[in-house]
Design a protein around this ligand. Structure first.
Ligand code: PGA
Length: 251
């Protein structure tokens, strides 16, 4: 089995002004200095990306956008392209977060177009999937993941497993304080890995990193990371505070 390097990502969502973002990023860079066991990423709001990029430059903290538009450029008021994220200093971009799917019209099709655009721009997509509470209650978790993975990755050609990161985020666990049990997380991650084998091949399935997201905190990360198919975390609320995020990084 491949050894997959843990990946800990912070999604700051619509929080922090430029000043606050710079301050948090500076504090984080200090706190995680010397950490080599995990890759680290933060995704500040667009307005703070460029400023934060100069703070994290030459540190072990990577930078990500929270979304992009699937066109290269054009008359698309309010949207941001992959090239813009790249030039602002990003290496990563979160795509298909459930809040985008729920409030801003992202569908499996647009998520697929965005993943394609991200890779073409030279960014690594952090591709989010996950079932809602009613889907889980109706025993549809696997069929939802099946559809999201297959449609989201349709026609996406990868040269290497480093070009993609997957985040399993059960919608009912996001921002609710209700974390999936470690067995629920493992079961879903294992299933997603089997889907990657179907879509690509065994090597890709073995090497691609699958993060868990949904109420990850300093006090539950260690346990989650003991599960064999959990390779890291996508952290919302607890990533806003540099101290709690650094504790998660250092699980
Ligand atoms: P949460 O958010 O950690 O606040 O639950 C996770 C996410 O939305 O990525």
């Amino acid at each position: 089995m491949a050894t997959r390097k843990p990946f800990i990502a912070g999604n700051w969502k619509m929080y922090k002004t430029c000043e606050e973002a710079i301050h948090s990023a500076k504090t984080l860079v200090e706190k995680v200095k010397g950490v080599t066991h995990a890759d680290i990423m933060i995704a500040p709001p667009y307005t703070a990306l460029y400023a934060v990029s100069s703070v994290v430059k030459e540190s072990n903290v990577g930078l990500g956008g929270q979304n992009l538009y699937f066109e290269k450029q054009g008359a698309f008021t309010g949207e941001i392209s992959g090239e813009m994220l790249l030039s602002a200093g990003c290496q990563y971009v979160i795509i298909g977060h459930s809040e985008r799917r729920q409030f801003f019209g992202d569908t499996d099709l647009t998520v697929n177009q965005k993943i394609n655009r991200a890779i073409e721009s030279g960014l690594i997509p952090v591709f989010c999937i996950g079932e809602t509470e009613s889907e889980r209650d109706a025993n549809e978790t696997f069929s939802v993941l099946d559809k999201q993975v297959k449609k989201g990755l349709e026609g996406i050609f990868l040269n290497s497993s480093d070009q993609l990161i997957i985040a399993y985020e059960p919608v009912w666990a996001i921002g609710t304080g209700k974390t999936a049990t470690i067995d629920q997380a493992q079961e879903a991650h294992h299933y997603i890995r089997s889907l990657i084998k179907t879509v690509y091949n065994e090597q890709m399935a073995d090497q691609v990193r699958i993060l868990y997201g949904g109420s990850v905190k300093p006090n539950n990360i260690k346990e989650l990371m003991t599960m064999s198919d959990v390779d890291g975390a996508l952290v919302g609320g607890a990533s806003l505070d540099a101290e709690s995020f650094s504790q998660i990084v250092k699980f």
